[in-house]
Design a protein around this ligand. Structure first.
Ligand SMILES: [Zn+2]
Ligand SMILES: [Zn+2]
Length: 70
């Protein structure tokens, strides 16, 4: 996180939040601070499309990545 993503990824992240109405797909909380998360990471060739995106709240997003990369 914190790295600049190419434009299509930023656009897809914005789109997924609109489509899923800023609702976290894990805990159901609705927040304007929701994050767009890549199901297949961009670094592993994940596509910048809605089908590869999911909405997480900042908490669940952090937990997800902590669990995965600890
Ligand atoms: Zn959440
Ligand atoms: Zn993520």
């Amino acid at each position: 996180m914190g790295k600049n993503r190419p434009y299509p990824h930023r656009k897809a992240q914005k789109e997924v939040k609109n489509v899923e109405a800023y609702q976290c797909m894990v805990c159901g909380v609705v927040t304007r601070k929701a994050h767009g998360h890549h199901l297949i990471p961009y670094s592993e060739g994940g596509a910048p499309h809605l089908q590869n995106m999911i909405t997480f709240c900042p908490d669940c997003h952090r937990k997800y990545h902590t669990a995965l990369f600890k």
